[in-house]
Design a protein around this ligand. Structure first.
Ligand code: COA
Length: 381
């Protein structure tokens, strides 16, 4: 028996979704209007015409078919291409906390625990909607949890870092930690950027990590081991932050359609990310398994970060020495797109059926930083 286990998980999926065809229609209309407005400069060779996007490219390059979003209309409006998420009064629950609470309630039902059974809340995600008060403290308050809450950000690897942190807190004396991953990725995505406008979606996940000191109340997974890694890289960046208002030297954006923060939004060198991440993560999983005395062939399931289908296929192929089946390495990015820290937890939440007591699985999350984390689990009940 190990000293900690996962006792439940939860998922909040926004009710609206956008297909590749819908996204591309809006992007291409934006391109048509932009090129019309700049027709003279384009004809004179002063600016380059924008190129249209394609649904076929998106699915082939990424495996993504659609994404869930908080606001479909604002994203698809070619004059706006940004979700409409109105500011809320301080007295009202914030959007990020609301999503996390919905996921948390499901995780608590699954783990059969009440608010007073939880000692602390970790909000681990890529994009926190404010600096303070910590979103985790707001979630703690909304649920009626005693104890403490804090936020942490390790980009797409945040959930693995959150699980290891929860394990550490339990070893330091807490009984049970709620770890949530609310992600409003569409608010940091530049929907006018052809290279990346299709990448992200919105979602929230939750995990209950608890001390392993009694029989599990339902399906549970022992945490055999966790491991974390970071290697600095500029290949994925999001420069949105509180210093942006101090940095601007001229008031007006170059293009009236650009918001003052467009150049701060998500950007990446997608090919470099692909080339760098695949060996790092596959070697990390192999080394972690070897150190635990687990043969790769003994792993029944890989719940990987969901950014790019080919990247996941490469990683598991390197680990197993053969192609994995969809059952062994489940895919959710086709419906959800990249949901940053939540991706591997969505896969774990939706695709752990069929495992029996004693079966081993690996959660592996990776992304900007670069950052990566692995969690080796064994079905306990
Ligand atoms: N529609 C049609 N064509 C497009 C396009 C679009 N939306 N976006 C790019 N293209 C074209 C490019 O113009 C380029 O054409 P060229 O070869 O004639 O110059 C070609 O497709 C390849 O572009 P590139 O950007 O190199 O695409 P890619 O094949 O590397 O795929 C990603 C792009 C982003 C899907 C892929 O690199 C990726 O997912 N990498 C991993 C990123 C990742 O996981 N990031 C983690 C974030 S947390």
């Amino acid at each position: 028996m190990t000293d900690t286990r996962i006792a439940g998980t939860g998922l909040f999926t926004p009710p609206q979704s956008i297909s590749n065809a819908e996204l591309v229609a809006s992007f291409n209309e934006y391109v048509r209007r932009w090129n019309d407005r700049h027709a003279r400069e384009i004809a004179a060779g002063a600016v380059k015409a924008l190129e249209p996007s394609s649904a076929e490219f998106i699915e082939k390059a990424s495996g993504i078919k659609s994404r869930y979003v908080l606001d479909k209309a604002g994203i698809l409006d070619p004059e706006r291409m940004t979700p409409r998420i109105p500011a809320r009064a301080d007295e009202d629950v914030s959007v990020l906390a609301e999503m996390a609470v919905a996921a948390a309630r499901e995780a608590m039902r699954q783990a059969d625990v009440r608010a007073h059974d939880i000692d602390g809340v970790i909000c681990a995600c890529s994009n926190l909607q404010r600096a303070y008060p910590a979103v985790a403290v707001e979630i703690q308050h909304a649920l009626g949890v005693n104890g403490f809450g804090f936020d942490m950000n390790v980009a797409c690897a945040s959930a693995a870092f959150g699980i290891e942190t929860a394990v550490g807190l339990i070893r330091a004396g807490s009984r049970r930690i709620l770890m949530v991953n609310p992600e409003i990725c569409t608010a940091h995505l530049n929907f006018r950027d052809r290279d990346s406008h299709f990448i992200f979606g919105d979602v929230a996940t939750a995990v209950i990590v608890e001390r392993n000191d009694g029989p599990p109340r339902g399906e549970a997974f022992d945490i055999l081991s966790t491991r974390l890694l970071t290697i600095y890289s500029n290949n994925i960046r999001n420069n949105l932050g509180f210093l942006n208002r101090c940095e601007r030297e001229t008031g007006a954006p170059a293009d009236p359609q650009d918001s003052p923060f467009t150049d701060k939004l998500f950007r990446q060198e997608g090919r470099k990310v692909f080339k760098d991440i695949v060996p790092v993560v596959s070697e990390m999983i192999l080394k972690h398994l070897a150190d635990q005395g687990v043969a790769p062939s003994a792993v029944r399931r890989f719940w990987l970060h969901q950014a790019n289908l080919a990247m996941n296929e490469f990683i598991v192929r390197k680990v197993l020495g053969r192609d994995a089946t969809r059952e062994e390495a489940p895919v959710v990015l086709d419906d959800y797109a990249n949901t940053s820290s939540a991706g591997s937890i969505i896969a774990f939440h939706k695709h752990r059926g069929g495992l029996v007591v004693g079966d081993i699985g690996v959660i592996s999350a990776f992304g900007a930083g670069y950052s990566a984390g692995t969690v080796i689990l064994r079905r306990a009940a």
